[in-house]
Design a protein around this ligand. Sequence first.
Ligand code: SAH
Length: 241
Amino acid sequence: MAFDDIRIVLIEPAHPGNIGAVARAMKTMSLSRLVLVRPSSFPSEQADRRAMGAIDLLQRARVVDDLDQAIGDCRLVIGGSARARTFPHSVLDARQCGARLVEETAMGEPAALVFGPERTGLANQDLDRCTYQVLIPANEAFSSLNLASAVQLICYEIFLAAHEPVAPVVLAPAERPSSQAEMEYFYEHLERALDSRGFLDGEMREVTMMKLRRLFGRSRPNSGELKLLRTLMRFIHREGE
Ligand code: SAH
C-alpha cells in the first residue's frame, strides 16, 4: 500500500481555511493527494496560511467540477457522514475504514475518501456513489466534527493501519470490484431499462433507485458480473416487447 493511492476528496468546501487545515492534517499522516470538487474559493491565501508546511499539497491539489471526475477510477470509495441515513448504507467506523483502505490499496489501485460541505454535510446522491459510509463514533448529541478534524482522525487510522501487518486483498484483475465509473454506467442502464418497462413510474422512483444502488453497491460486482447483469437487462427488455 502506498499513501499516494488514497485520495482525499472535499465536496464544495466553503471555507478556504478548512482546505488548508485538511492539507496539514493529511501531510502529518503521510497522505498527499487532495481533490477539491467546486471549492468556493481556491487557491487562497487563507488556505495557504492554515496549511503551514503543507502548501505543497495545495499546489498539487486537483480541482474538478463534479464528484464523478474525482472518483470514477476508484473501486473503493468511502464517504464520511455523521448521520445515520433513512436507508442505511454499509457503515464502517474510523478504525475499520483505515484498515479497509490499507487492505484494498495493497495492489496499487486508487481509493477515495469523500467529505461533504461544512454546513450541509454529504448529500444523499453523493453518498450513493460510495461503497461504504464511514461514521466516526462521537457524542450522540453532538456528533458532527469540524471538516479538518474528521479528515485528521481518519488519516490517523490509515496511518496506524499502514503500520500493522494486515493481509492485503489480493484479487486477480477479473475478480476485482468494478470501478465507480463502471457502476455509474450500470445504474444508468438499469434506470433506463426499468423506465422502459414502466417500473419506475410514480413517486417511489428515487427511493427504488437508491435501494437498488445499495443492493448492487454492497455486492461489489466485478466487470464480468456487470456484463452478465447488462445482458440480463437486455434480455428482459426484449422479452417484454
Ligand atoms: N453539518 C454537517 C456536518 C458537516 S462536517 C452535517 O450535519 O452533516 C463536514 C464533513 O466532515 C462531513 O460532511 C463529513 O464528511 C465529515 N464528518 C464530520 N463529522 C463526522 C463524523 N462523526 N463521522 C464521519 N464524518 C464526519
